[in-house]
Design a protein around this ligand. Structure first.
Ligand SMILES: Cc1ncc(COP(=O)(O)O)c(C=O)c1O
Length: 424
């Protein structure tokens, strides 16, 4: 059987768009060109159905009551974790903790490690606020130190610079796997190997990698991995923290309560082993079951075909936009090095105004601003960018709508006129 969304060995977005109500069930007119999947992906009907089924058919809480609904959700909740483990190449389901998002996963590691004053954490200069702010907080409250590794503008990574930083002493490397800013993917395996050679642990923020690449966490050998399901077809507010065998046991839980203990007395309690000790209180069962449906959906998509599809959209976007006067793209020079993200600035207009013009004038939905990487922009005195991001349902026609919109905006700006219908 050919993978879902593939036709003649090629990824075919048209074949799957019908599965996504937000772009297929509009009562009138053409749906917006949704080019903001790096922020949040669209959800297929199977995910919505799985969530609704939970509330309709077995709305119990897992692991507490013994009645049939509770038994049903307990079983499905466990099956979901097993599905995630298989999809991610995790050595087992108990290496995976359900969290709300990657931000919470990174915070869990940051707050859970027993830091010593002076321990050094190494970040890149392109981290999302989710992988920066908590470390700054720990610098202020726990006396850790931070190192920032600059990434080169012309290639994804500089191993020599990385070695120099490791040689200065690092306790934990905490890097994005793929960037939400310019789409680059870091050489994760090499980073883990070089760090481990020096006894340094590695946390990777996989938010932008897992939706587009097949990841094998066991083979990667990474110590901790964070992801958000809402960037890979799942419901909002669902994510995972992965800890390699033995790693979760060494983390202190950041929130305690019901479901985290085997028993309690008035003056003591016994914690359950991971992952249960990290999942305090009643969980987002509908969300987790929806995420399982998302992973089932994604697992049926051929990853190689998807990558080729995203590369063809990347090429089309670059070819259509590179001749626009005053447009500067931010990413690495090779199309294949920018993943599913095309970030750019347009001279003469604020990125948010440009994004409003594209939405209101052309129904093109893109991200604008600093993409939660304020540190990088502020260090360079830049205002931010426009970011188009693609996914498995993105069509060449949507890219063309972006190109038309940007060209029209350029002409309006050159005429000195108002750049189209902006809010009053
Ligand atoms: C690379 C990266 N890291 C972290 C995050 C934060 O994800 P969340 O808000 O789902 O926790 C994002 C979201 O855009 C991201 O792209």
């Amino acid at each position: 059987m050919s993978p879902r969304g593939s036709r003649w060995g090629m990824h075919d977005p048209e074949a799957i768009r019908g599965d996504f109500p937000a772009i297929s069930s509009r009562t009138s007119g053409e749906p917006p060109a949704y080019l903001d999947s790096a922020c949040m992906s669209l959800t297929p009907r199977a995910v919505l159905d799985a969530m609704e089924e939970y509330y309709r058919e077995y709305p119990g809480c897992a692991g507490r009551s013994v009645h049939r609904w509770s038994e049903e959700v307990t079983r499905r909740y466990q099956e979901a974790r097993e599905t995630f483990a298989r999809f991610l190449g995790s050595p087992g389901p108990s290496q995976l903790v359900h969290v709300r998002n990657a931000t919470e996963a990174i915070n869990a590691v940051a707050r859970g490690i027993p830091w010593r004053k002076g321990d050094r954490v190494l970040l890149t200069d392109q981290e999302h606020n989710s992988n920066l702010v908590i470390w700054q907080h720990l610098r202020a409250t726990r006396g850790i130190r931070l190192g920032i590794l600059p990434l080169p503008p012309d290639r994804p990574f500089d191993p020599e610079r990385f070695e120099e930083e490791l040689a200065r002493g690092v306790r934990l490397v905490s890097f994005f796997h793929a960037s939400n800013m310019d789409g680059r993917t870091l050489p994760a395996r090499e980073i883990v190997e070089r760090a481990h050679d020096r006894g340094v642990e590695v946390l990777l923020d996989g938010c932008q990698a897992v939706p587009h690449q097949r990841i094998d966490l066991g083979r990667l050998g990474v110590d901790y991995y964070a992801l958000s399901f809402h960037k890979m077809l799942g419901p909002t507010g669902t994510g995972l923290l992965y800890g390699a065998p033995g790693k979760l046991e060494a983390l202190a839980p950041w929130i305690l309560g019901g479901e985290t203990v085997a028993w309690s007395e008035y003056d003591r309690h016994e914690l359950l082993p991971p992952p249960a000790r990290f999942e305090a209180g009643l969980q987002n069962y509908a969300g987790v079951l929806g995420a399982r449906a998302a992973v089932d959906y994604l697992g049926a998509i051929d990853a190689g075909d998807l990558a080729a599809h995203e590369l063809s959209l990347q090429r089309r976007t670059r070819a259509g936009l590179e001749t626009v006067p005053g447009l500067r793209s931010l990413g690495l020079p090779e199309d294949a090095e920018r993943g599913s993200i095309f970030a750019f600035t347009l001279e003469g207009i604020d990125p948010h105004d440009a994004a409003l013009f594209l939405d209101q004038g052309h129904g093109v939905l893109v991200r604008s601003g600093m993409n939660c990487v304020h540190s990088w922009y502020r260090a360079r005195g830049l205002e931010g960018n426009l970011r188009a991001s693609f996914y498995l349902y993105t069509t060449p026609r949507e890219v063309d709508r972006l190109i038309e919109g940007v060209r029209e905006l350029r002409e309006a700006l050159d005429r000195g006129g108002a750049p189209g219908p902006l809010p009053s």
